[in-house]
Design a protein around this ligand. Structure first.
Ligand SMILES: [Zn+2]
Length: 77
């Protein structure tokens, strides 16, 4: 039997994203357009896991995150 290889820290060297998201809420799923909850990984990357269409989207990079923040805030005002 083989041991599993522990593979952590593959992303460790990535640039850190300073602005942690102040508040997480819901955003429309890019695939099926339903509202889904935004999660944050240990490395502070937001991602969504759509329960409706099973899409899983990671927001890597400041641009994507900025867009996400706008969507989070821009509800209903
Ligand atoms: Zn979806």
């Amino acid at each position: 039997m083989t041991k599993d290889k522990a593979k952590d820290s593959s992303l460790e060297n990535d640039t850190e994203l300073k602005p942690a998201l102040p508040e997480l809420g819901t955003v429309p799923c890019p695939v099926c357009k339903r509202r889904v909850t935004v999660f944050v990984t240990k490395t502070k990357r937001p991602w969504i896991n759509c329960g409706f269409c099973s899409a899983r989207i990671f927001y890597n990079g400041s641009r994507a995150i900025r867009r996400l923040q706008r969507q989070l805030k821009g509800t209903n005002k």
